[in-house]
Each structure stands twice: as structure tokens, then as C-alpha cells.
Design a protein around this ligand. Structure first.
Ligand code: WT7
Length: 698
């Protein structure tokens, strides 16, 4: 009998890795096919951490991982409550550390961790670290868009500013449980605003400042905030973006829908625009600098239950309506802090930089909360990663002596194309751990990141997770075991991933299928805001008994996990999740568009590009001008990052006799695999396919 519970089959593989010689292990041909590259030799290779690294690592060996993982699965309550006890709790949680039902057949889905525990995440990020003697430690190194503009905040200074803002919010009537929408670029004021909300128990909903006014309005209408926090403008690369105009338009639209906010707190970002030229609505708009600094620099904490909501973050699904992913306080706190610590082998002397924007989950969990719960020094960069030239990232790494650098494969690929000189002319010798997130990292990008950026010295943590999971789910622990370029490796403590077939049957050993999780973890989202039924249907009905991630995954003979991308109607563009239905609904809102079908297509830099088939209203001719205005419709409704890469004119769409669009065929046409269209005989009108092929290059 195995010495591991049947729930951790992959562990047998990990165990064998401990003694595996370099280069051993056979290729799983499947992975090469799925990753779309001929990787035979790469797949075979293991990249071993140096002895030097492993010796100093928090988890130095597969054995140590196994020991900790095993405990986390066999005794989740004990494992997580030991970790949770390192945080500050006003009152300890109740008898039951967690309770869960992930099986829809047994009743409503329900997940709770540390229920009855009373705490505050802002207190744990700031006050607790300051009390431990780290008040003068740098919390944030802020680097502006333009070289030469920067600022710093120590933990004490950050606390003072957070308290002033928290006092202001309280003064204008924001109470525990109230929503606050934050629409800010990567200024220090963004993490500050998140922390001010959590300090007073308000529920923040950060909207990425690249979203259009319509998307912002949609989110405001859904969560009905008391206040919107924004700034007048921001510099991004060589452009100035007037955010306040976007907010004004969103607030006008939400007022028309019966939702008005009490205040629009606006930070004057003087580096981009001064207040004289900013449009203003008296009575509603308030300059941050006029009010916030007048408030006291201390603010009593609002103690909340572990299961009280911490934030809402909207993400794309397979319908046009974004989902408000809701995270609660206690479990999220414990989970983000712990995943940050182990996946990056964090030590107090580290300088950490994550290039993600706080508008996405990565910025929530791994710019703000995870690092600050560990008292880490965080670099916050305002600008574009290749501005003014593709060497900017490494200039910043050298400037702040960054030790942990966490980014997305799309950036790696784009910098790789710009040439090694931009990298090698900087020292980068401070770096010791690299991280990747957002989409599968193809092995050639992995190798470039490892060899060129990290000088073959720094392990790469390829972290697989989602907005819904709150924190890392499958990730290497640097130093613990050999890596395989392109594999996210093994599950984090407490996570039980399973691969199921289309019938929902768990498959073991070397296999590929749908990635699910079979028990809860502290950082799991608890519901979709205002729609628990959609939560249950989307995530728990497809494969009863499991949380379904929406991703495909294969496991190789050594037990390594290889993520293969979304299996639902979600496209991953540069690590940003975009629902095909959202883009389609933006396109059909154009008066000359009759019908649209959107699919993802492989893209050299972005991972996936957006490919839209568009049928026009009868009699309207194709034109370049029309193409542009269709793209503009998407930019206006969603945001520039969702703009289609290709509009394919479609006299008709391939549909079954019952009217269902056959996306399988559209995907083949989009990737020009015309001889792999498969069976088209069930189409209502098979001629449509030939017409589409004929128009492929128009
Ligand atoms: C989707 C989640 C998690 C923060 C960023 C995106 C894809 C994410 C990886 C990875 C392969 C990955 C998945 C997932 N994804 N990280 N390391 N390897 N795929 O968060 O917007 O919620 O998107 O991103 O497809 O489902 P998100």
C-alpha cells in the first residue's frame, strides 16, 4: 500500500524525483503537441536548482515538500491553523477551522475558513509589521513612468497615509460592508486605497484603469459603491491618458441607471495633468490632496470576521456579463501570505517586484496583500515595461537591487524579440528568483528567461492560479526540485488538483483532461457577488464533486503538471482573460454588424490573439473604415486590451441546422488549418466554409 493517501498520487512521482539523475524521464509526446512546439529534447530536460540555492531555501528538497504537503492534505485544519496563528487575531476562530461542501449533489456549495475568527488584513500588513520593529523598512519603492521620477514609503509612512484616507472615507459615511470602486493606475495611492478600505471593513472593487467607461459603469452599477477613487490622468509610455474623463462618462451612465455615488475622490497626478485643466463636477468631485492630508494619521481598525468580504474583483466568463468574484478576509490573508513566502522563497532581505497591475488579481494578491503581510519591500512601477526602451525592466532591477522578479510570459516573449543586448547590458546580479503567471509559458520563452535574464542562476516559479483561487495553486517551490521548462510542476500545500475526463471521472498517472480541484483551500473565492447560483453552475456543475477551473491540463509520467489553456469560451490575451461573448456583444452593438463570432488564435507575443468573424447588415460593403470602427466599438465597450487583432468578413457563419455556431471550424479557419476542418456535413449550409476561406486574407 502506498504510504500516501490515494488523494496524492502525484506524490509518488515527486518522491522518485529525489533520486532522478539529470536528463532521466521520458518525454510525454502529448505535451509537445499541446504546447504546439516540437520540444522533444526540451521536454526531456530537467533543470536542477543549484546546491547553493537549495541549501538556503525554505523548502530545500522534495522530501521536505512531501512531508509538508502530506500533512497539509491529511490534516488541513492543523496545518493551516498552525500557520494562521502567526497572524494577529483579535479573537481566535471557532472549534471548526474550516467547513466545506464542494459537491453540488449534496446541497449548496459552501466554503468557510477560520469562521468566528476576528481580524483585519490591513492591521496584519502594516501595524503588525511595524510593531515587530519594521516601521522604517521600505514598504514601497515607487518608480514613475519616466526615468528619474520615483518615491519611497516606509511601513510607518504607509500606515499614516492609509489611516488618513481611512478616516476620510469614514467621515463621508463609508461603513463596514460598503463597496468602494477604485479606478487608479499604478500609483502608490492604489495599494494605499485598497488598504484603507480593508482597514475600515469596506469592500474594495478595483477596476483596471485600462477598462473603458462602459465597463467601469457596468461594474459600478453592479456593486453600487458609495465612493469612486480615481486620479485625473496618468502617463503611460509616451501617452497621457485622461482617466477622469473616463470616470465622468461612467458616472453619467450609472446615474442614468439609477446608481449615483456620494463622492468621486480624485488624486491630482501632477506629473500627468494639473487640476486647472481637469473637468470637474462640484459637489461630487473632491481633490484627494485637499481633504485627505487633513485627517489624523491614526485610525482605529474595524475588526471583521474571517468570513466577512474583503474585496470584489470582476472577471470575464463565458457570458457577456462579468462575474464579481468575492474573496473574504481570513482565509485569503493566510493563503496569499503563505503562497508568497514559499513560492518565491521569500526572505526579509528580498526586494520584490511584480510587474502586474493592481487592477488584476495578481496585483491584489502579489503586489499588495501577500508581500505586505510578509513585511516585504515591494517595487511598484507605474509605466510600460518597454518604455523608453526594452531595457527598462533591467534598469529598474539594478536600480532597486530587485531579488524576486515576477512577470507574465507575454512580456518575456516581447523582450526576447527585442534582443539580448537590452538585457545583458545590465548587471541583474541581485536577482535570485523569477516568476511567471497568466498563461502557459512556452519552453523557449522559459529558457530565455532562465538563461538570459536569470543567467542560469535563478529558479523560475511558474505559478498557475486564477482570480477565483485567490493565490497560487500549482507552482514550483524554488530549490525544492528540478524544474521542467514550461511546467507549473506540483500543487501548493493543501491543494488537491485532479484531472478528469469529459465524464468527470478522475484519471490518474500520465494523462490529460480537465483540471479540477477536489477540496477547498483557504484562498478560494466564496461566491459570485449577488449570484450564488451562477457560482454553483459555472464552477461546480460541470464535474459534480469538484471545483472546475476551466483549464485543460496534462500530467506527465513524472507527475509534473502542464497547463494547456482554457477549454471554455474565454481567451487569454497577454495574460488577460477576455470572454468571447463580451467581444461579440461589443461588436454586434455596432449598427452595421449583424452577427459576430470570436475565437482565440495563436499569437507570437500575446499568447492568444482575438480573431473576430463579422457578418454585416445586408447591403453594407466591407471597408477599412468599417473595420476600424468595429475595432473601436470593442475598445469603447471593453478597453484597448480587448481590441480584435483580426476582423474576418463573413457572409455567413458555419451553423448546425439547429443554429449553433460551430466554433471548432472557425478556430481552424482562423489558424489557417484549412485541411483540418473535419466533418462539415452537419452544417446547415456547407458553402459558408468555402466563402470564409476565400475571404481569409481580406
Ligand atoms: C487563467 C486565470 C492568476 C493570475 C493571472 C490571471 C491562465 C494563469 C497560468 C500559468 C498556465 C495560466 C489559466 C487560468 N493561467 N496562470 N502559470 N500557466 N496558465 O488570472 O485572469 O483569473 O486568469 O489564466 O488559463 O485559468 P485570471
Amino acid at each position: 500500500k502506498s504510504k500516501y493517501p490515494t488523494t496524492c498520487n502525484h506524490l509518488r512521482h515527486v518522491e522518485s524525483m529525489a533520486t532522478l539523475p539529470s536528463g532521466a524521464g521520458n518525454i510525454s509526446h502529448l505535451n509537445a503537441v499541446i504546447l504546439g512546439e516540437a520540444l522533444a529534447s526540451e521536454e526531456n530536460d530537467h533543470v536542477f536548482p543549484s546546491q547553493h540555492f537549495s541549501q538556503q531555501a525554505l523548502v530545500p528538497s522534495p522530501d521536505k515538500y512531501l512531508e509538508m504537503y502530506k500533512r497539509s492534505i491529511e490534516d488541513p485544519a492543523g496545518f493551516w491553523s498552525d500557520i494562521a496563528s502567526h497572524f494577529y487575531w483579535k479573537e481566535k476562530w471557532g472549534q471548526q477551522v474550516y467547513s466545506e461542501n464542494l459537491d453540488i449533489r449534496k446541497g449548496n456549495i459552501n466554503i468557510e475558513w477560520f469562521k468566528g475568527g476576528v481580524t483585519n488584513i490591513c492591521y496584519n500588513c502594516l501595524d503588525r509589521n511595524i510593531d515587530a520593529g519594521n516601521g522604517d523598512k521600505i514598504a514601497i519603492y515607487w518608480e514613475g513612468n519616466d526615468p528619474g521620477f520615483d518615491a519611497t514609503l516606509t511601513y510607518s509612512e504607509l500606515l499614516h497615509k492609509v489611516c488618513q484616507l481611512a478616516n476620510y472615507l469614514k467621515d463621508i459615511g463609508v461603513r463596514k460592508g460598503d463597496a468602494v470602486v477604485i479606478y487608479l493606475p499604478m500609483l502608490m495611492e492604489l495599494p494605499m486605497a485598497m488598504l484603507a478600505c480593508s482597514r475600515i471593513g469596506a469592500v474594495h472593487s478595483v477596476v483596471f484603469a485600462g477598462f473603458s467607461s462602459e465597463s467601469l459603469a457596468q461594474r459600478i452599477i453592479d456593486c453600487k459603491p458609495k465612493v469612486v477613487i480615481t486620479c485625473n490622468a496618468v502617463r503611460r509610455g509616451s501617452k497621457v491618458i485622461q482617466l477622469k474623463d473616463i470616470v465622468d462618462a461612467a458616472l453619467t451612465e450609472s446615474t442614468q441607471n439609477g446608481i449615483s455615488v456620494d463622492a468621486c475622490l480624485t488624486y491630482e497626478n501632477q506629473l500627468a495633468m494639473n487640476r486647472e485643466t481637469t473637468k470637474w463636477q462640484e459637489g461630487r468631485d473632491i481633490w484627494w490632496q485637499d481633504v485627505v492630508p487633513k485627517y489624523p494619521t491614526t485610525c482605529a481598525v474595524e475588526w471583521v470576521d474571517a468570513e466577512d468580504p474583503l474585496f470584489l474583483l470582476y472577471t470575464s466568463g463565458s457570458t457577456g456579463k462579468p462575474k464579481g468574484v468575492l474573496h473574504t478576509t481570513g482565509g485569503y490573508m493566510v493563503y496569499t501570505a503563505t503562497t508568497f513566502k514559499y513560492a518565491f522563497d521569500y526572505k526579509p532581505s528580498d526586494i520584490y517586484w511584480c510587474t502586474a497591475d493592481c487592477g488584476w488579481i495578481t496585483g491584489h494578491s502579489y503586489v499588495t496583500y501577500g508581500p505586505m503581510l510578509n513585511g516585504a519591500t515591494v517595487v511598484v512601477y507605474e509605466g510600460a515595461p518597454n518604455y523608453p526602451d526594452p531595457g527598462r525592466c533591467w534598469e529598474i532591477v539594478d536600480k532597486y537591487k530587485v531579488t524576486i522578479f515576477y512577470t507574465a510570459p507575454t512580456l518575456v516573449r516581447s523582450l526576447m524579440r527585442d534582443g539580448n543586448e537590452y538585457v545583458t547590458c545590465y548587471s541583474r546580479k541581485s536577482l535570485r528568483v523569477l516568476g511567471s503567471v497568466g498563461e502557459p509559458i512556452n519552453p523557449s520563452a522559459w529558457r530565455w528567461f532562465y538563461n538570459v535574464v536569470g543567467d542560469s542562476r535563478c529558479p523560475i516559479s511558474d505559478t498557475w492560479w486564477q482570480t477565483e483561487t485567490g493565490g497560487f495553486m500549482i507552482t514550483p517551490l524554488p530549490g525544492a526540485w528540478p524544474q521542467k521548462p514550461g511546467s507549473a510542476t506540483f500543487p501548493f500545500f493543501g491543494v488537491q488538483p485532479v484531472i478528469v475526463d469529459e465524464k468527470g471521472i478522475e484519471i490518474e498517472g500520465e494523462c490529460s483532461g480537465y483540471l479540477c480541484v477536489k477540496s477547498s483551500w483557504p484562498g478560494a473565492f466564496r461566491t459570485l457577488y449577488g449570484d450564488h447560483e451562477r457560482y454553483e453552475t459555472t464552477y461546480f456543475k460541470a464535474f459534480p464533486g469538484y471545483y472546475f477551473s476551466g483549464d485543460g491540463c496534462s500530467r506527465d509520467r513524472d507527475g509534473y503538471h502542464w497547463l494547456t489553456g482554457r477549454v471554455d469560451d474565454v481567451i487569454n490575451v497577454s495574460g488577460h482573460r477576455i470572454g468571447t461573448a463580451e467581444v461579440e456583444s461589443a461588436l454586434v452593438s455596432h449598427p452595421q454588424c449583424a452577427e459576430a463570432a470570436v475565437v482565440g488564435v495563436e499569437h507570437e507575443v500575446k499568447g492568444q490573439g482575438i480573431y473576430a468573424f463579422v457578418t454585416l447588415v445586408g447591403g453594407v460593403p466591407y471597408s477599412e473604415e468599417l473595420r476600424k470602427s468595429l475595432v473601436l466599438a470593442v475598445r469603447n465597450q471593453i478597453g484597448a486590451f480587448a481590441a480584435p487583432d483580426k476582423i474576418h468578413w463573413a457572409p455567413g457563419l458555419p451553423k448546425t441546422r439547429s443554429g449553433k455556431i460551430m466554433r471548432r471550424i472557425l478556430r481552424k479557419i482562423a489558424s489557417k488549418q484549412f485541411d483540418e476542418l473535419g466533418d462539415t456535413s452537419t452544417l446547415a449550409d456547407p458553402n459558408v466554409v468555402d466563402q470564409l476561406i476565400a475571404l481569409a486574407d481580406c
